[in-house]
Each structure stands twice: as C-alpha cells, then as structure tokens.
Design a protein around this ligand. Sequence first.
Ligand code: NAP
Length: 265
Amino acid sequence: MNYAVIDRGDSLSKALTEKFHQLAAERGFIRNDETPEIVISIGGDGTLLQAFHTYVDQITDVAFVGIHTGHLGFYADWQADELEELVGMMANETPRIVRYPLVEIELETPTESRHYLALNEFTLKGVDGTLVVQININDEMFEMFRGDGIVISTPSGSTAYNKSLGGAIVHPSIESLQIAEIASINNRVYRTLGSSVLLPQHHHCDIISKKEQRLQLTVDHVSIMRSDIRSIRCNVSSRKVSFARYRPFPFWNRVREAFLGYDVR
Ligand code: NAP
C-alpha cells in the first residue's frame, strides 16, 4: 500500500507521524508522498482540510483516514491511542470506501476563470463594507443580497461554519449544497430570504458582484482576497472525496458526540 501522512505540526502529531511510519514499515507499506493511495491526516478536522487541499488535484485517486489528537472529529474518527489497531486493520482488512460530495466554484474575473473545490465550504465576504451581490439560481434572479457574507457548504461541511449560522445539518448521502447567509440586511428596502437553502446536484447558483468591491473568498481554511470578481458559479461537483473506513462510525453518531456530548458505543 502506498501512503502519505499530513500532520498538524504540533509535537504530539509529529510524534504520532513518526510512530505511524515505523508501524507502517513493519507491515511493508510504502511511503509515497507524490501518489499515495491512502492519506493519513493526524491532528484534527482542520488537518484533514489541509490534507484534502494538498492532494486536491488527484482527489479521485486517494482515500483519507483521519486521526484526531483531541476529541473525535467529523473527518478524523480515530484517536491517538488507536494507532496500532488502525495500522493492523490497514494491513489485514479491505476498507469500505465512503464518498462525500464536494462543492465546486468557478470564479470569473475580466481576465481569467478559476476553479476551486471545497470539502467544507466556500465563503464570500466584503472586505471594506457590506457585501452587495445578486444571487441567481439556475440562471434566474433569486435575490439581491446585502450583508456580511454568503456561505456555500457541502453536506459534510454543514456541521462546521454553516451550523454556526443556523443552517441545517445535511447527511452526506444527500448530494447537495447549502447557501447560508451571514448577517443579511433586511428592512423595507432590502430583502433576502433569510433562511438557508439546499440545492440538489443538478442545480447551480451564481453570485454576481453588484459594485466595485474588495472581496474575501475562503475555500475551507484557505483565504483569497480579490477586487476583480465578476461572478462565482457554485455547484455540486461531479468529483467526490473518499474516506477509507475500517470500522463504522455513522454520521449521526458523530453529530451526537460532537454537539450533544455523549457516546453510546
Ligand atoms: P479553525 O478556526 O482553527 O477551526 C475551526 C473549527 O471547526 C475546529 O474546531 C475544527 O475542528 C472544526 N471543523 C472543521 N471542519 C469541521 C466539520 N466538517 N464539522 C465540524 N467541525 C469542523 O479553522 P481550520 O482548522 O482552518 O478550519 C477551517 C474551518 O473553520 C472552515 O472550513 C470553517 O468551516 C470553520 N470556521 C467556522 C467558523 C464558525 O463556526 N463561526 C468561522 C470560520 C471558520 P478541529 O478542531 O478538529 O480541527
């Protein structure tokens, strides 16, 4: 098996990485940072986001396994003291590959068009003041948005920033994207829907800049500042991210443990 490890960079994650390499060598796994089949992320869900973006160009060829150095996470579902058990399972068992939907965006400026994939979400915010954008759904005007920002999340990202905004938690088997508002202005002059919206796989939305404005775009943990964005097309990607599951950990159990704080296993 060809594998690579990405860690958070703190002393515990680094020590676990060394231990993983040692256990993997004993089992005959091959370390291959260029074209791994399995990418092990050691740290937290944020580290898995980094691992995802490191291998985003070969996303259909890799599967991720996340080890959490703190509490169990949404992507990181193994704990530090389970390292030997995990390596043993990797050596002896065929994992179930679970695939989660991704959001794809296409950014248009007067000079270029750029594509990005997000595992959690992409956000758009005004840098110097209120964000002013028109939102079209399936090429028809839906609303004129004025406010702090817009968050477009994947189902697995629905438990992250989206949840803080009151968006719904969406099971990752539902191929969709969710549009949530950050502090929209609503009064007699300006009006937005106010609730978050879920689009199915075959729908798309466009966010069209309606004034000269500096915009901050984030793709998961990566931040990009631009003042020349004309529009952004968002849709559910035809590509998916894969996770190698060596034991079940149902999504709703993760939600319960993360937010309600108890474990019934
Ligand atoms: P960070 O600010 O260091 O961490 C954000 C927190 O979100 C961490 O506790 C992280 O878990 C958790 N998280 C990441 N993905 C998650 C998911 N799918 N479901 C539930 N929790 C999740 O930032 P970061 O580590 O670079 O991560 C970037 C993410 O932060 C963004 O994708 C966005 O979702 C989130 N964020 C949230 C807010 C908010 O809720 N108001 C604001 C900005 C950004 P770990 O501790 O396991 O890494």
